[in-house]
Design a binder for this molecule. Structure first.
Ligand SMILES: *Cc1c(COP(=O)(O)O)cnc(C)c1O
Length: 479
């Protein structure tokens, strides 16, 4: 077992240890990852680090304790209100991330319904199939039922199906701006109109879009309406730690009416420690994330965000045009912004193209229905896009000639697709490969496939993919 060192170690030694451990990971500033990291520039990172360090010890739990933090929070909220065209009556809170913002919007809808529709026995929320699982997670924690509505071939939620799904128990309609899987903005005006017609709340998930759509729009890109300018939208979530390029731990949830925000709060007056009040899910809150977020907003300003949006947009267009020249590939749906999903026409297997890209040092997450590779294009990717495009074309050629050479692996790939395992993220597969290190070395199929076969062999007969992933999570979090 790994234990606390009996005596403390010298700081320098620890920092060297950290750097050497970190050197095993993909370099987050290399823009070789197409998810998880939103890289802008070294200068921005240094500012954020410094700002974070200034506030490393403070705690934003109590808004009265550190007035400078409360001021920064209010200023950040003011900024987000203005970029999302919120009316003066709007109010919100700063949270630790998109999941918390979404959790709070759903909790607010639940408690609002408890107040105004106390007769409901199983409240439901309705979301597009493409909406982020944070909604399913929130509903899971909050005891709500989730109704998923399919998306059309262009990737937008089917509004007629959404209307048909509305029942006596419905409390909240959801749309994404844009969706994470395919980068498509749902028809927010139509969803919000339904919400008004049936007296429901309407949440727009602009977690990933909140800090890029407004600046794309300012740059002249035509977009469907998605923010508080759409009547009937009652709340919006927008992450700072994505296209806001701020360090992790910063997001915003906003309500059109300040009175709605009260349903989010939690107050307990019976505690022996005093009266406990908290506006969000978290208790103790990182002041560093707030100070760093405020600093990055100041550093970039409107022109900086517009420039970052321009770079991400042009890089996205560059990739789209390259994909359109590769007949075996296509873009899923009709993405509106800077998120793309690349799929392959049968019989080419897009996951294998993902493997070939991984061998060239690119990391793209795998998606399903349809099978595709995901790209969140950021300003940082502008530097590497030409190399990526060359590698993508090379990966397709490689896969085509491999298929001509060998029939069995193609069939094997299809079998894996049917099991639903092939979609598991690359990092997990590599983790499993390490866990079941006995995987075949002799007959040389690509490492990922070998690992997948290992997992299939380890599957209990009645086991579902969920169960396997549950086991894997349990194993990965060792202690
Ligand atoms: C990232 C994301 C979320 C969840 O945000 P976290 O910060 O990862 O908790 C929710 N919705 C969309 C559309 C996202 O892209």
């Amino acid at each position: 077992m790994y234990m606390l060192p009996p005596a403390g170690r010298p700081a320098e030694e620890i920092l060297n240890d950290l750097l050497s451990r970190k050197s095993q990971d993909t370099d987050s500033s290399s823009s070789r990852l197409w998810s998880l990291v939103y890289y802008h520039s070294e200068e921005l990172l240094r500012l954020a680090q410094q700002a974070y360090a200034y506030y490393i010890s403070e705690n934003a739990l109590n808004p009265m304790a550190f007035p400078s933090l409360r001021r920064m929070e209010n200023e950040i909220l003011g900024i987000v209100k203005s970029i999302l065209h919120a009316p003066a009556s709007a109010a919100g809170t700063l949270t630790s991330g998109g999941t918390e913002s979404i959790f709070l919007a759903v909790k607010t809808a639940r408690d609002y319904a408890r107040r105004y529709k106390p007769h409901l026995y199983q409240p439901e929320i309705i979301l597009p199939a493409s909406a982020h699982p944070a909604f399913d997670k929130a509903a899971h924690y909050l005891g709500l039922k989730v109704v998923h509505v399919p998306v059309t071939s262009t990737g937008e939620v089917d509004v007629r199906a959404m209307e048909a799904a509305i029942s006596e128990q419905t409390i909240l309609l959801i749309g994404s701006a844009p969706s994470y899987p395919h980068g498509v903005i749902d028809p927010i005006s139509d969803i919000a109109a339904l919400a008004q017609k049936y007296h429901l709340l309407c949440h727009v998930d602009a977690c990933v879009g909140g800090f890029i759509l407004p600046f794309l729009e300012k740059n002249g890109v035509e977009l469907p309406s998605y923010d508080f300018r759409v009547e009937g939208v009652t709340s919006i979530s927008a992450d700072l730690h994505k296209y806001g390029y701020t360090p992790k731990g910063a997001s915003v949830v906003l309500y059109r009416e300040r009175s709605l925000r009260r349903y989010q709060f939690f107050i307990y007056s019976g505690w022996s420690g005093g009266i406990y009040a908290s506006a969000t899910f978290s208790g103790t809150r990182s002041a560093g994330a707030i100070a760093a977020a405020w600093s990055v907003l100041q550093y970039l300003g409107e022109s900086g965000y517009r420039e970052a949006a321009r770079l991400a947009w042009e890089t996205t267009q560059r990739i789209r045009s390259a994909v359109s020249k590769i007949p075996e590939l296509y873009i899923v749906g009709n993405p509106h912004a800077t998120i793309l999903a690349i799929a392959a026409h049968a019989p080419l297997d897009i996951y294998r193209i993902g493997d070939a890209l991984a061998q060239r040092g690119w990391f793209l997450d795998r998606q399903q229905n349809p099978a595709s590779l995901h790209l969140t294009v950021t300003a940082g990717h502008a530097r590497v896009v030409e190399t990526f495009i060359q590698d993508l074309a090379a990966a397709v050629e490689e896969e085509k000639s491999r298929m001509q050479r060998s029939g069995w692996r193609r069939r094997a790939g299809r079998a894996l697709l049917r099991t639903g395992l092939a979609v598991l993220p690359e990092r997990w597969i590599r983790g499993v490969a390490r866990l079941i290190s006995r995987t075949a070395q002799s007959n040389q199929p690509p490492r990922r496939t070998a690992a997948l076969y290992g997992m299939m062999a380890a599957l209990p007969k009645q086991g579902s993919v969920e169960k396997l992933v549950e086991d894997f999570l349990d194993k990965a979090l060792e202690h």
